[in-house]
Ligand binder design. Sequence first.
Ligand code: AMP
Length: 543
Amino acid sequence: MQGLMMNAPLTITSIVHHAERVHGRKEIVSVTRDNPRHRYTYKDAFGRARQLANAIAGWKLEQGDRIATFAWNDYRHFETYYASACSGYVCHTINPRLFPEQIVYIINHADDQWVFLDPDFWPIVEGVADQCPGVKGWVVMTTREHMPVTDRDNVVCYEELLEGQSSTFEWPELDENAACSLCYTSGTTGNPKGVLYSHRSTMLHTYATMMPDALGIASSDVVMPIVPMFHVNAWGNPYACPVAGAKMVMPGAKMGDGATLAALINEEGVTMSAGVPTVWLNLLNHLRSTGERVDTLERVVVGGSACPLSIMEEFDTYGVDTRHAWGMTEMSPLGTSNAAGANRAQFTDDEFAKMRTNVGIPVFGVEVKITDDDNNELPWDGKAFGALKVRGPWICESYYKLDGSDAHSEPGWFETGDVATINPDGYVSITDRTKDVIKSGGEWISSIEVENCATGHPMVAEAGVIGRMHPKWGERPLLIVVRNEQGADLTPDELKNYLDGKIAKWWIPDDVQFIDAMPHTATGKIQKMELREMFADYQFPDA
Ligand code: AMP
């Protein structure tokens, strides 16, 4: 027997209707090239999204066509998200930190019809535009006076595009399974792969991110997504905030600038923010050096790579709860969240320090398991390491225009490429990427745990651990460190002594090498492949 409930489609157009009616007066504040503090309301934002939808309608695109964005977090990017997807097109967000050849590849692979770009990225576009013959035009998201000087005839000014357009537009009825956005992974090997989100998956992910133990977004929040809108839809913040009626604060190009972030937090009353560990280092360095505080900030969600305990403990001193989350592009991205801070009273100090560095429990809707090399499921005992697999309604079933992938070899499950343990309560600890694991004498060493510990040393800015050949053990860990301003005298022995007692003795790296700058991927993760290349000829002193 079927249920007798309405089959209302889950589309992000419903967010527009809802936010306009009930949260219309809530603000969106943005930093842009043409305005250091632009401010308007959700009602204004969706009115302009309709103007943009009217302009796009004049381009006579087919439903499902791709419209790309290449932009920082700001209000024009927000408008473009909704104008494109709610009109029935697919908003393809491009990460400007990809190599130009990858950008060309994904624009052509996605068959992008139009590209909306921030003026900051005009130099990149000038370098690649001729290699993207399918693009009909480039819309620069700014005012006339900030437009780049160019001879190209298919370059349009965003504000001129909107000018004179009506703010009335009848959004089409859409199938909830229709695609609404596209994001390519920034894989370190091979070409980037496209993850095509549907309206339905986006809506379900939105509900999940808003749950109290996930990102916990409420109408009383002022949310500053530092995680970029060009990568996995800023972890869903641009959808969850208008649903909740949370004020949004978007730092534009200043997302890596500690001083701007602190000013935005204090002047706009930010309560919650989300970003990768490196952005927090910028903010914390700024606070440490100026003595400023961030008293309105209640919690930060940290993910994208492992959050070292030292960052969490420094946030504690400002009364900010750090919530560690894990996910990936293929998961929209949220997979797990650690709300240990919200349950602080349940733990002793030692237990809390140990608890909070894992990535938490699966958010409701995501199922997880770990398997061995023969695909046998491993126990949730907190000890067995295995390939982490996931399934759920906002997890990628297959990549865009790619038949089959290793990640989808077990039907119904997505293999994340991460190695993890899961404890009896369902808390997941990510120990490594599968391709980065270090096996010493047949046993796994968690490079992430060693890195986290090393980053806790007060003279360490960043730490990366890779496995190098060893005649006796097969592989041993090599610790590669970027020292901070106070770290000129830091020696390998001092670091090894510091790690002693904090991690298993046999996990302590055999050697430490210092470098000036850590190589990063386009999404801010340590580029292990490049570290392995840099130290390809390295031999341990005792080897
Ligand atoms: P991306 O698709 O670029 O967002 O990268 C996803 C990958 O980032 C995951 O598969 C993990 O390897 C890594 N990652 C994300 N969040 C965390 C975290 N909290 N701790 C450790 N690794 C993480």
